[in-house]
Design a protein around this ligand. Structure first.
Ligand code: ARG
Length: 572
């Protein structure tokens, strides 16, 4: 159990007695002691007493003897709380023999659908898909580790009008050449070439139009060509996932087309419920709460005037399928913030239709953009969108060069392995360590630096601990227990005990920068500890206790980074 909670449980009854009503003691970390509670300040007016007197009475009544070494009133009425070495030692000792590192499996596992990555067929993945992939994968890993049933949904853009031109372009190129281009990941030039013809050549345009009709009509020859496009693109996306160390597999592709048979039932349901209205020939729902600038309700177009279905219809069908058929109660959509309105409308309409009723709920796990060094949307030198694989390859190349420089003792294969883990880790960590609601700037120097809140810093801390054990040829014995004396030792222990709380909070908020920030504080606390407290050179029983502390730190760092999808090389 975390210390904030332990202290809160001890203080709350005392506060309640003094105040005559339940009071949250608001326990938090403090610069002056380990923790502090400021709640007495807020009670002064209500109780008509000086806050210091309130704090003193709370201290008097609270049962803190075994938990706190020092507990005192300070300043205008703060309670400063210092945890007793023995109590803290007992907590970290328990943690050291806990395979779950203080993070419980949830009491009520849910089925959670994580909708993420979702690139578009025959179109290059862009940096927005990178963010979705990285954040979504961290969510899937975390929820799974907490004991939920996680279903990964890669909502591939594999249907709709663009496929008319894409298939016709494939026909023009010939299957062999088209397959070659697509399998090489030349998705951008393929898509653009199709687009150019579509815009310039009316005959091509007409062929594309007829092709869409054939596709939607289920024409077998057309479907075969369409499948070719989808398969080649999927194969390419899988290579990107592999490079990124992302847990998505070929079984997780549930593209838009997979909902085709569910679209008519969606319309029937909505119609039966009286929710459909015609607007300019299209069948629409007007979800409550969505109005345009003019105050008029905004339509969600379920069926277009030409009878076709688009993005909103597919998403409605997906909600209905995910709650109704898959039995999911938590639906996550890891998609950029520009699509926020779309999802609000889809959720509201789905709720009206009864497909999204408590306990089931949907959350848009939105995120901002990646910016270039100039603070504007990231662009390639030529001004186009940045090719994702190119970005990842650059990260690996830079990290490998740095690794060779820093550690010339590694052989070629080891340096390549470390370079990959560090380069990919740096890209993912730069993303996950910044508040996802905001934009962030892609800065190679900073994200690959060994100092600061970066993946290499954390990976280095991990490998340094592992090397202590390697060098000494020893293993930690958690059953030996941990006893604490030095301030740096205590500070490290307090961080370690905080892992459970952070992970629990992030399971709800999916704000991974809080987990990243925690890991950074932990690594920093370790580094201070390691500077000030000898480990291998200490006498027994301190040596053994410190080894357990080191090992526990490595395990928490390793697990935390694993949850973020970042590898931890044994040496760097
Ligand atoms: N393919 C879409 C895009 O590239 C993202 C799909 C997100 N998921 C969803 N269920 N709509 O923007």
């Amino acid at each position: 159990m975390d210390l904030e909670k332990l202290l809160t449980d001890r203080l709350a009854p005392a506060f309640a007695t003094v105040a005559g009503v339940p009071v949250d003691p608001v326990v938090r970390r403090s610069a002056r002691a380990d923790f502090q509670s400021d709640a007495a300040l807020g009670l002064a007016r209500r109780l008509g007493r000086p806050p210091r007197a309130i704090a003193a009475e709370v201290l008097d009544r609270a049962d803190l003897a075994d938990l706190c070494g020092v507990a005192e009133v300070s300043g205008p009425g703060f309670l400063n709380l210092t945890v007793a070495d023995r109590a803290l030692g007992a907590l970290v000792t328990t943690l050291a023999s806990d395979a779950r590192l203080g993070v419980p499996v949830v009491a009520e596992p849910e089925t959670v659908v994580v909708d993420y990555s979702a690139p578009n067929v025959a179109k290059e993945m862009h940096v927005g898909h990178l963010r979705s992939t990285v954040i979504g994968d961290a969510a899937a890993r975390l929820l799974h580790w907490r004991g939920h049933r996680v279903l990964r949904a890669n909502h591939l853009g594999d249907w709709g009008t663009p496929f008319g031109m894409l298939i016709e372009h494939l026909v023009d190129l010939g299957e062999a050449e088209a397959t070659r281009e697509l399998s090489m990941g030349d998705l951008d030039s393929f898509y653009k070439a199709a687009r150019v013809k579509f815009d310039a050549d009316p005959a091509f345009c007409e062929r594309a139009r007829l092709r869409v009709v054939a596709l939607q009509g289920g024409d077998e020859a057309t479907l075969r060509l369409w499948r070719l496009l989808v398969e080649q693109s999927e194969r390419y996306f899988l290579t990107v996932y592999d490079l990124l160390d992302v847990t998505l597999t070929d079984r997780d592709f549930h593209g838009e087309s997979s909902y085709n048979d569910l679209l008519d039932p969606v319309v029937e349901d909505l119609d039966r419920l009286g929710l459909l209205r015609e607007s300019e020939g299209a069948a629409c729902v007007f979800p409550p709460g969505s109005v345009g600038r003019d105050g008029e309700p905004l339509p969600l177009i379920v069926r277009k005037s030409d009878g076709g279905y688009g993005y909103p219809a597919t998403d409605l069908a997906a909600v209905r399928h995910r709650t109704g058929t898959l039995g999911a109660t938590r639906l996550l959509y890891v998609v950029g913030l520009p699509q926020r309105r779309h999802f609000e409308m889809v959720y509201a309409a789905a709720a009206q239709a009864g497909w999204l009723a408590p306990p089931a709920r949907a959350e848009h796990v939105g995120f901002g953009s990646i910016l270039g060094p100039d603070g504007r949307m990231l662009r390639s030198r030529a001004g186009g969108s940045v090719k994702l694989v190119g970005l990842l390859e650059e990260a690996i190349a830079r990290a490998t060069a740095l690794t060779r420089e820093r550690n010339p003792e590694l052989d070629e294969a080891e340096a390549a392995e470390v370079g990959r883990a560090v380069g990919i880790g740096a890209v993912k960590y730069a993303d996950l360590s910044s508040d996802r609601h905001k934009d962030y700037v892609l800065d190679w120097e900073r994200m690959l630096s060994l100092d600061g809140n970066t993946a290499p810093y954390l990976q280095y801390a991990y490998s340094r601990i592992r090397s202590i054990f390697r060098r000494a040829g020893v293993a930690a014995r958690p059953e030996a227990g941990i006893s604490l004396a030095e301030p740096a030792e205590r500070a490290l222990a307090i961080e370690l005990v905080g892992f459970g709380r952070v992970v629990t909070d992030v399971t709800d908020s999916l704000e991974f920068h809080h987990l990243a920030g925690y890991l950074y504080r932990l690594a920093a606390a370790f580094s201070t500890f390691y500077e000030r407290c000898p480990v291998l050179r200490a006498d027994e029983p301190v040596r053994e206790s410190r080894l357990v502390l080191c090992d526990l730190t490595a395990r928490v760092l390793g697990q935390g980074l694993y949850l973020l999808g970042i590898r931890t090389p044994e040496q760097m």
